[in-house]
Structures are given as C-alpha cells and as structure tokens.
Design a protein around this ligand. Sequence first.
Ligand code: BTN
Length: 341
Amino acid sequence: MPETTTLLAALLEAGQDGYVSGEELARQLGVSRVSVWARLQKLKGEGLTCTAVRGRGYRLAAEPTVLHPAVLAAYIRLRQRGKSPGINVIFLPETDSTNLEAERRLAAGANTPFVVFAARQTAGRGRLGRTWHSAEGGGLYLSFAFQPKLPPARMPKFTLWIALRLCRMLNEGYHLPVKVKWPNDLVFEGRKLAGLLTEARIDADLMRDLVCGLGLNVNGDPERWAQGRSSTGSAAAKIAGTLQQVNSGKPLPINAVAADVVLAGKAAFTDFIAGRTEKEFSELWSRYDALNGNAVSVTLMDGTLKGRAAGLDASGALKISLPDGSIRTVQSGDVSLGGYG
Ligand code: BTN
C-alpha cells in the first residue's frame, strides 16, 4: 500500500495534463523502470489506468469518480508533503452507518483519532432519527472518532466549528460559495449539501468518545436519487444539492475532496482541544452564517417559532429575535428560511 501511495501521489502531482517520467517514478520508488511498469500494470488491475507517451512518461488516464482508498491515501500524502496526517484512515466498501461503525471500533478499543469512510451505508442516519441517502457514487459518508475529555456542554460548538472549517476549506480550496446552516448543515441557496451528526459517550461529566459523522453530497444530481431508497428518498432529493451543482455542473475530484475533509476535520479537532477557536469561530461565523439576520421558522418539540436569526450565544445556541422584540434562544431544532416578514 505505501508503495502504491507513492506511485499514485507522483502521478497525481503531475496533474491532469502533466506527465511523470518512468525514471522519476523509479527514483521515487527505489526500483527499476521495469518494476515501475509492472506496478503500473497492477494499478490497471485496480481500475487505475495510466497513459504512456514516449519521451514524456506516464499520467493517470482519468481519476476515479468514486472513492478509492489508494487515491485517497495518495491525496493525503500529497497535501501533507509526506508528513503523517496524525489520523488513521479506514475505508470500508459497505457498512450500516459509519457512526455505528466508529462506535463499535471505539468500544473494541481502537486507537484514536481515526476516520472511517464507507463507499455506501445500508442504514445511514441523520438527526432526529431520519435516514441519510447513502448510495455508492457521488457521496462521501464518513465518521471521525476522537477522545477529547471535554465537558459535554462544548459539544454544540464542536459540531459548528467542524462545519465552519469544512465550509472554509470548500470556499477557499474549491471556490464553492457554500455556507453553514445552524445547527449542522452545509448549504447553498437553500439546498442542503451536507449534514453532520455528532454523538458522544459521556463518563463522569466528560466526553470520552466523540463520533462526528459527515454526509457530503459531492457529485451527481439528487433528482435522480432512486425513490424509496431511503424513507426520506424523494423528500430529501427535493431539498438536497451537491457540490457539483454549486460548481456549475462540473464534477469535483471526490478523492481530493475526501482528503481535504480528513485534514480539515483533524486540524479542526486539534485546534478545538487546544482552545484555539474563539476569535476564529466568530470570524468564520460572520463570513459563513447562512441564516444571518434572515426571517426563519424553527420547528421545536412543542411548536413553531417565527422570528429573525440573530446569531449565536456563547454555547452555540441560536438566538431568535421575536416580533415583540424579545430574544429566544434555541438549543436544537429544525430551521427553515422565511416565515416572518
Ligand atoms: C443530518 O443532517 O441529519 C446529519 C446527517 C449525517 C449523515 C452522516 S453520513 C456518515 C455518518 N453516518 C451516519 O449514519 N450518519 C452520518
């Protein structure tokens, strides 16, 4: 695997139109040029074909359009310039839910931090008991597992913090003008692109195990999601969007996005634990808050609240300015734009 990672990293570094010579590949791998050729044949067997041009060298004929563990590893290596990312990356072709998978691994004593990806989920879960569309293809389904030993009261801000850092990564790294919608979504023009589901095991008033799941719609068209694939299938498709749609229909390199998600998530966790968040949180929130001053209606357990989104309190709860001028703070709920003029 590390050798394949080196090989793929060199090919990816050359870029879409660039070539890397057989000599250079042989140098990086510490093997002969004949062995390079044999290794490229092996890659072909894994669905990664290279084009060879005399005098120029090799390049990947095309990047895989689905999550591919070796390509993901190669992107992480490239981004880190060979430095360890400090997080164990696990890839599964299928699981019920990556959050459940992470919980099982934590219960079995797995070292943290780790992140587990699945190409598809058979029981992807959303907030409030909803299901998450988890077919194989253009979506990323993953869960980070951390052991932060922090007071549970910091959890709401943790989810928002991760969302903000992911949002910044997509804005700055991919020029996608996405925003964060309280309490756990990434959105663009009213369409939900991603959701986060954070779950914790709490012992003696401290978070022991923290699992932060992310479903991110990268490529594809939600209108085509098979109806009945999940209980929210057609309803979800109505409000769902993909990064590809935000990118004017151009598909994104899903393995590069996955690598950036891993690195942004890990860095966000490290900074959160170190307490390096307050100033940056406010800056990012003012830049990426999707609700900012808008008329909203919030569905609560005991009814609906209509007002204007008025930012967050210190704990990360949403402040709603009501028509009578008072402020109500909500800890959780479903927010939709509109509903109050
Ligand atoms: C939501 O918006 O309701 C949260 C959705 C979270 C979905 C992700 S997909 C990966 C991880 N595994 C799950 O079962 N759920 C989260």
